[in-house]
Ligand binder design. Structure first.
Ligand SMILES: CC(C)(COP(=O)(O)OP(=O)(O)OC[C@H]1O[C@@H](n2cnc3c(N)ncnc32)[C@H](O)[C@@H]1OP(=O)(O)O)[C@@H](O)C(=O)NCCC(=O)NCCS
Length: 280
């Protein structure tokens, strides 16, 4: 036997929960067994006890176990943190929360090492490439293409609307639009805005072409954008995503983003272009 996984009915913070337990011997780590088994356990819990949330408790230093919790769709749930046998455990649950996930990262934390870029791909900001009409059009086309894959994203902006929101907004920073180029082709972007005087910067959009996904490119783009924000002297980077956008939420959590709460005007749904919808 190399491990086990399952759900145990229990209570936490006065709430009935299904405690998700997974333990595997180190020799088989990295093969995805825990993720596969935990996915099956959660599916069973959701089918048989839909109103009882699944809770995983993980030691703060057990990063691979925290990643398993995120990969199976559990979210960091500060309200359910509890004292474990040897110190504070971090809680991950699938408790229903609001439609939007608001995330924040202090800029002074140690960022993970940036993944190696796919062969032939390089990063450069609009400040470096030159803010030309032609480049703006290419950024628009790429943003539109990527935004089509955002869950719940409706029709995308016209080019003129986009220019108003992205390039004419107070927070526009030419060094805050980081582009990924594969040869001459634009394949990815991360847009971080900063209204001078605010202590926070805002990641408005991250996306890459389908051909370039799952190779660490979005992570590399975000790390570059966060470094940029450090240069502006802000203390935190914020972002917001639709709860259904698991890929980007997971990518952010892997970088260290934690749940937070800030004032929003959700008349303009934050998907694709969000800066103008954020109130100071
Ligand atoms: C979300 C998006 C930017 C991710 O880009 P990417 O280059 O594939 O991301 P990375 O390779 O850096 O992935 C980092 C981690 O995020 C998570 N992740 C990324 N895509 C995922 C997916 N489809 N499903 C589950 N997890 C995913 C994984 O944990 C991944 O690490 P791993 O590959 O080692 O498991 C890309 O899918 C995209 O452009 N989507 C459409 C636009 C969008 O939704 N943008 C966010 C809203 S602004």
């Amino acid at each position: 036997m190399v491990g086990y996984c399952g759900l145990k009915a229990s209570t936490a913070n006065g709430l009935s929960v299904l405690n998700l337990i997974y333990r595997f011997t180190p020799e088989v780590w990295g093969r995805g067994y825990a993720t596969e088994a935990a996915t099956a356990a959660i599916a069973w819990g959701t089918a048989h006890q839909p109103s009882t949330p699944v809770l995983a408790r993980v030691r703060p230093d057990n990063v691979s176990s925290q990643n398993v919790a995120l990969k199976v769709g559990l979210l960091r749930d500060h309200g359910m943190d509890d004292e474990g046998e040897d110190g504070q455990d971090l809680a991950y649950t699938n408790r229903p929360r609001t439609e939007w996930v608001q995330l924040e990262l202090p800029t002074d934390i140690a960022l993970p090492t940036s993944p190696a870029l796919p062969a032939g791909v390089s990063l450069a900001s609009i400040a470096e490439l030159g803010d030309t009409e032609q480049l703006r059009r290419r950024v628009y086309e790429l943003n539109k293409e990527c935004a089509a894959d955002i869950p719940g994203r409706g029709e995308f902006f016209s080019y003129d609307e986009y220019i108003q929101r992205r390039f004419a907004a107070d927070g526009y920073q030419p060094d805050g639009i980081i582009l990924a180029l594969d040869g001459a082709a634009l394949v990815g972007l991360c847009v971080i805005s900063h209204v001078p005087g605010r202590e926070w910067a805002f990641i408005e959009m991250t996306g890459d072409r389908r051909s370039h996904r799952r190779r660490g490119l979005a992570t590399a783009l975000k790390i570059s954008a966060i470094r940029q924000a450090r240069g502006w002297g802000v203390s935190t980077v914020r972002t917001i995503h639709h709860r259904g956008n698991n890929p980007i939420i997971t990518a952010n959590r892997m970088l260290g983003f934690l749940d937070t709460s800030f004032t929003l005007n959700l008349d303009t749904p934050p998907s694709g272009v969000t800066g103008p919808s954020i109130k100071p």
